[in-house]
Design a protein around this ligand. Structure first.
Ligand code: ZN
Ligand code: ZN
Length: 590
C-alpha cells in the first residue's frame, strides 16, 4: 500500500512550496490547454504526481481536486479518485471528504476499497470500515490480502471500545451495534472474540453461524484459525485446513498465513513447513510465522537457515522476524551471532529494538550461563526492565545456580503487579538446590501472608475431536484404573532405564502439585498414560500444560519418549518441549 511517489525531475524542484507547485502547474496547463489536444491526460498525470508528493492539509488537497475538475478531469475519474482518496485518508480528519469522492466513483478498484477501509480503521470511530466492507461484499467484490488486516484493525478497536463498557459484552450487543446479522457482522463478532482471548466464544459463534446457513469466507476462516491456535485445537484446525482445500481458500494467502501460524503454534512444525512451501506469494508475515515458530519450538538452526533464505530472496525483515532470529541464537548458544544480529537489526534495517528484543538478549546471555553479564545488560538497557525481563533472569539463576542474583530478580519481580506463584516456586527451587530449607519455609509463609493464589495445574490432550482434561491425581476418568496401571508400568520400565524420581525439587515445589508421593501423578503424566493406552503405537502425543513442567516430569517424559518410541510434544506455560529418543528440544533449559 505504501507506494512511493514516483517524481520526475521537473516536479522535484518545486517540492518545497505546494502553493508554488500549484501555481506552476496552473500556468503550464493554461498554456497547454489552449494549444494541445492531450491536455486532460497531461493534467491528470500532473495532478496525480502532485497528490503523491502532497503531505499538506485537506485545504490544499481540495485545491488540487478543484483544479483538476476545472480542467476537465471528471469527478468520477477512477484514477484521480484513487489517488485523491489515498492522500485524503492519510489525514484522518478528511474521511468524510474521502467518502464523498468515493461514492461518486464508477467501479472503484480493490485498492480504493481497501484504502477506504484502512482510512476508517485508523480513525477513533472505525465502524464505517465494516459498512464499506459490507458494501463491497454486496457488490460481489472479492477482498484481497490487504483487506483483512485493515478489517481486523477496525474490529480490534471496536471490541476494545465495547470492553471499556464491561468485558462480558455479549455477542448480541455487538450484533445490535451493527444493525443486522449477515456474514460481515458474524465475522466481526467472531473475530472480536478470537482476538481478545475468548476463543471458546469465537468457536461457539462460528458453529451458530454455520447452523444458520451462512457460508464462511476467508475472513471467517482467519478468525476460526486464530481461535484454534489460541486453544491449541489442532484437530479442529486440521478440519479447517481440509475445508480450505475443498473450497479453494488455500489460495487466499491471508488464510494460509493463519493456517501456517496455527501449525507453528501447535508445535506441528512439519505441517507448518508444508503450508509455507505451498504459499505462492510469500510475504514477510509468512516468513515470520515460520521463523518464530521454528525458534520457539526449539529448532533454532533451521530458523536461522530460513532467515538467511529470506534475506537472499530480498525480503525485508521486520521486528517480529528478529524476535525469532534472536530467540533462535539464544537457543543454539550462539551468543556472538545473537549480538551481531541485534546490531544488524538497528544499523542495517533501522529497526528500533523493543523490550521484547532486549528480553531475547537477556535470555541469550542467561541461557548460556552468562548470568552476571545478563544482569549488567539489564542495568544498561535504554528502558525500564519489566517483570518478564526479571523473570528471564530469575530462570537463568535457577538453572545455573546463582542465588544472589536470583534474590535480586525476585525482589524486582515482586514490585510488579500481581503476585505470581511461579516466581516464588523458582526462588524456592533455588534455595532448595542450596539446601537452605529455612528459606524455603519462609517463602511458603510469605506466600500465605501475601495471599498468593496457587494456580491449579492441569493438562489437556485432544483425541478424535475431543479434548480431555486431567488434574493432578485425577481419578474422575472412566478409564482411571487402566491409566493408573499404565503409570505403574511406566515407573517400573523407567527405573530399568536408570530413572530416579526427582525428589529434591518436589520438596521445594510449592505449587499444588507438591506432595512427594504425588510425583508420578502429575497431570501431564496422567495425560500421557491416557494417550499411550488409547492411541496406536508410534502416534505422536501432544499435551498442553498450564504451568511449567516440573523437573521430574521432564526427566520422566524424556525416558517415556525413548522406551515407548513416541514423539511427545508438551507446550507448558513458557515454551514447547519436543521429546524424542530420550532428548528434549529445550536442551533441559526451560
Ligand atoms: Zn511434574
Ligand atoms: Zn524440555
Amino acid at each position: 500500500m505504501n507506494s512511493s511517489p514516483k517524481q520526475n525531475n521537473g516536479l522535484m524542484c518545486f517540492q518545497k512550496s505546494p502553493y508554488f507547485r500549484l501555481h506552476f502547474l496552473r500556468t503550464l496547463c493554461q498554456s497547454f490547454s489552449q494549444s494541445t489536444k492531450g491536455a486532460k491526460p497531461f493534467i491528470l498525470k500532473k495532478c496525480v504526481a502532485l497528490l503523491l508528493t502532497c503531505t499538506s492539509s485537506e485545504q490544499k488537497l481540495k485545491q488540487i481536486h478543484a483544479f483538476s475538475i476545472r480542467h476537465g478531469v471528471p469527478l468520477s475519474n477512477p484514477d484521480m479518485g484513487k489517488h485523491l482518496i489515498f492522500t485524503l485518508v492519510s489525514l484522518s480528519s478528511a474521511m468524510s471528504y474521502a467518502h464523498r469522492i468515493f461514492t461518486q466513483l464508477h467501479n472503484p478498484n480493490i485498492f480504493t476499497w481497501n484504502t477506504m477501509i484502512r482510512g476508517y480503521a485508523e480513525t477513533e470511530t472505525p465502524r464505517p470500515a465494516l459498512d464499506v466492507y459490507s458494501c463491497m461484499h454486496m457488490k460481489s467484490i472479492d477482498p484481497d490480502t490487504h483487506t483483512y488486516p485493515f478489517l481486523l484493525k477496525a474490529v480490534a478497536k471496536l471490541t476494545a471500545v465495547s470492553e471499556a463498557c464491561g468485558r462480558a459484552e455479549s455477542a448480541h450487543k455487538m450484533f445490535d451495534l451493527m444493525n443486522e446479522k449477515n456474514l460481515v457482522t458474524w465475522n466481526t463478532v467472531i473475530n472480536g472474540y478470537a482476538l481478545n482471548g475468548m476463543p471458546n466464544e469465537a468457536l461457539t459463534l462460528y458453529r451458530e453461524m454455520c447452523l444458520e446457513g451462512v457460508e464462511p469466507d476467508g475472513f471467517s476462516i482467519v478468525s476460526l484459525l486464530t481461535a484454534c491456535a489460541e486453544l491449541w485445537a489442532l484437530g479442529l484446525g486440521k478440519r479447517v485446513h481440509v475445508y480450505m482445500l475443498k473450497v479453494g481458500l488455500v489460495k487466499n494467502s491471508h488464510a494460509s498465513n493463519a493456517l501456517l501460524d496455527l501449525y507453528a503454534k501447535c508445535g506441528s512444525i512439519r505441517e507448518a513447513k508444508c503450508v509455507f512451501g505451498e504459499i505462492k506469494n510469500k510475504c514477510v508475515v509468512s516468513w515470520n510465522s515460520l521463523i518464530v515458530g521454528l525458534a520457539t519450538n526449539g529448532f533454532g538452526h533451521e530458523a536461522l537457515g530460513f532467515f538467511k533464505e529470506l534475506e537472499r530472496q530480498g525480503h525485508v525483515p521486520t521486528e517480529v522476524t528478529f524476535i525469532g532470529v534472536l530467540y533462535a541464537c539464544s537457543h543454539c548458544g550462539m551468543v556472538d551471532e545473537g549480538f551481531a544480529y541485534f546490531r544488524r537489526m538497528k544499523e542495517e534495517y533501522h529497526l528500533v529494538p523493543r523490550i521484547e528484543h532486549y528480553g531475547c538478549m537477556v535470555d541469550l546471555l542467561g541461557r548460556n550461563g552468562l548470568v552476571k553479564k545478563a544482569y549488567d545488560y539489564i542495568q544498561n538497557m535504554p528502558m525500564k526492565p519489566n517483570a518478564v525481563i526479571w523473570r528471564t533472569l530469575l530462570g537463568a539463576c535457577t538453572v545455573h545456580g546463582h542465588l544472589t542474583l536470583g534474590e535480586i530478580a525476585t525482589t524486582q519481580i515482586l514490585q510488579f503487579e500481581s503476585k505470581h506463584s511461579g516466581d516464588y516456586v523458582l526462588l524456592s527451587n533455588l534455595y532448595a538446590s542450596e539446601r537452605r530449607w529455612t528459606d524455603v519455609q519462609q517463602i511458603r509463609t510469605a506466600m500465605l501472608k501475601e495471599g498468593v493464589k496457587k494456580t491449579p495445574g492441569f493438562s489437556f490432550v485432544e483425541m478424535a475431536n475431543r479434548v480431555y482434561e486431567f488434574v493432578m491425581g485425577d481419578r474422575s476418568h472412566g478409564q482411571s484404573e487402566e491409566i493408573y496401571a499404565k503409570l505403574e508400568e511406566i515407573t517400573k520400565l523407567l527405573k530399568g532405564e536408570g530413572y530416579r524420581p526427582h525428589t529434591e525439587n518436589v520438596l521445594a515445589d510449592i505449587e499444588e502439585e507438591e506432595k512427594e508421593t504425588a510425583v508420578s501423578y502429575h497431570s501431564e503424566k496422567i495425560a500421557i498414560a491416557f494417550m499411550l493406552i488409547n492411541t496406536p503405537p508410534g502416534t505422536p502425543i501432544r499435551v498442553v500444560k498450564n504451568l511449567r513442567v516440573c523437573g521430574d516430569c521432564h526427566i520422566a517424559i524424556k525416558h517415556i519418549s525413548k522406551v515407548y518410541g513416541r514423539e511427545i510434544i508438551v507446550r507448558d506455560r513458557s515454551r514447547f518441549h519436543h521429546f524424542r529418543d530420550g532428548y528434549c528440544s529445550c536442551r533441559d533449559y526451560w
